[in-house]
Design a binder for this molecule. Structure first.
Ligand SMILES: Cc1ncc(COP(=O)(O)O)c(C=O)c1O
Length: 374
């Protein structure tokens, strides 16, 4: 059997990683400014994370959601404390797509409606409803296309109100900063407008924080820059620092009932041990503050490079826009300087998604490499 060939691969085989560095099978060290696609929050193989997962698996790695699991309770309490989302409950699952799938399904249950509104250049995952809310026709199969979705221009409140007025919308889903699309963010007025219009027309406001959450933007959640109250917040990537875990935060106005949502693996003991350690380390090592400080330093340094036409995003969810496609530059950064960066749907943007533990010296190395290639 060979592997189903869906990923174009770099010819690099990582076998080890530590904090912001990844090591391949030849012992070559790579600086990781990609964080395995915004996943690594507290740094690769953080000792407390390794210890917590090792201890947990030695005791109890998994049991189903039919028993008491105090780790889930501890996680929800810690998450409420660090995110300040005290008016929400937690439902756990295993990935970002699954988080959005549950968010959309719950919105439909809650409103008894079925149309979704999403925005141009959005990415919400590859499952049934999440994939149709994703603005990429190539990844929507005929089976998925039956879901009702309207993709609106980012920032267009008039179009949004026109769509909501038809009273058939269960959810408006948005990434406050677009990840895969290329780091676009709209105005305060737009996000506040979504919040107001959703409440006016009885649709759920879903903030997709799968990529932008967990401190990456310098706030715990990116939407917290604005004075808005989403009905559902979806989380994944940084939550487990590589352990596959996701979830949704559900506002108290949405009521639970037995059987409404469910999962075999979601919220298992091992996932909770990983996710709880991530939150503890974020707090102990003041990683949100570090994200803010390092972001400022990164932006100052990037502004000194004339070929950088625009700096997009916030915190450590940044994009550097050039006036040429970046594919070659990105390859050179990997091959010549051993630095991982990310790409985006916008082919002019390099994405920077490092672990939140990054320091100035790592940023300096990147800037020197970038300058020498430019
Ligand atoms: C904003 C956003 N939502 C959802 C997803 C899907 O997450 P997953 O790949 O864990 O299913 C992604 C993945 O990149 C994402 O960036």
């Amino acid at each position: 059997m060979s592997l189903f060939n869906v990923y174009p691969l770099f010819d690099i085989t990582p076998v080890k990683a530590k904090d912001v560095y990844v090591y391949d099978d030849k012992g070559i060290e790579y600086l990781d400014l990609y964080g395995g696609h915004a996943v690594i929050s507290i740094g690769h193989s953080h000792p407390k994370y390794v210890e917590a997962i090792s201890n947990q698996v030695a005791n109890l790695g998994f049991y189903s959601n039919s028993i008491q699991n105090p780790l889930q309770v501890a996680l929800s309490e810690k998450l409420a404390q660090l995110s300040c989302c005290i008016e929400y409950d937690l439902f756990m699952c295993n990935s970002g797509a699954e988080a959005n799938e549950n968010a959309l399904k719950l919105a439909s249950f809650h409103t008894n409606k079925k149309k979704i509104i999403a925005f141009k250049n959005s990415f919400h995952g590859r499952t049934s409803a999440a994939v149709v809310a994703t603005d990429d026709a190539k990844i929507i199969a005929p089976l998925n296309a039956q879901q009702e979705v309207e993709i609106l221009p980012l920032g267009d409140l008039v179009a949004l109100e026109n769509a909501l007025q038809k009273n058939d919308v269960c959810a408006v889903i948005i990434e406050c900063i677009q990840g895969v699309g290329g780091l676009d963010e709209s105005t305060t007025e737009f996000y506040v407008g979504i919040d107001t219009l959703c409440k006016k027309y009885g649709a759920c406001f879903i903030a997709d924080e799968v990529q932008s959450g967990y401190g990456r933007t310098g706030n715990f959640f990116a939407y917290q820059k604005y004075n808005v109250t989403p009905d559902i917040i979806s989380i994944a990537k940084g939550m487990g620092n590589g352990f596959p875990v996701g979830g949704i935060l559900i506002h108290h106005s949405i009521k639970a009932s037995f059987g409404l949502l469910g999962t075999t693996f979601g919220g298992n003991h091992l996932a909770c041990a990983a996710a709880l350690t991530v939150l503890n380390v974020i707090e102990e090592e003041k990683l949100i503050e570090n994200a803010k400080n390092m972001s400022q330093y990164f932006i100052e340094k990037a502004q000194e490079i004339p070929q950088v036409k625009r700096i997009k995003g916030r915190g450590l969810m940044l994009g550097l826009e050039f006036d040429f496609p970046i594919a070659e530059l990105r390859k050179k950064l990997i091959n010549n300087h051993k630095i991982f960066t990310g790409n985006a749907k916008n082919q002019y943007v390099i994405r920077i998604l490092p672990p939140l533990t990054i320091q100035k010296k790592h940023i300096d190395s990147f800037m020197n490499a970038l300058k020498s290639e430019l």
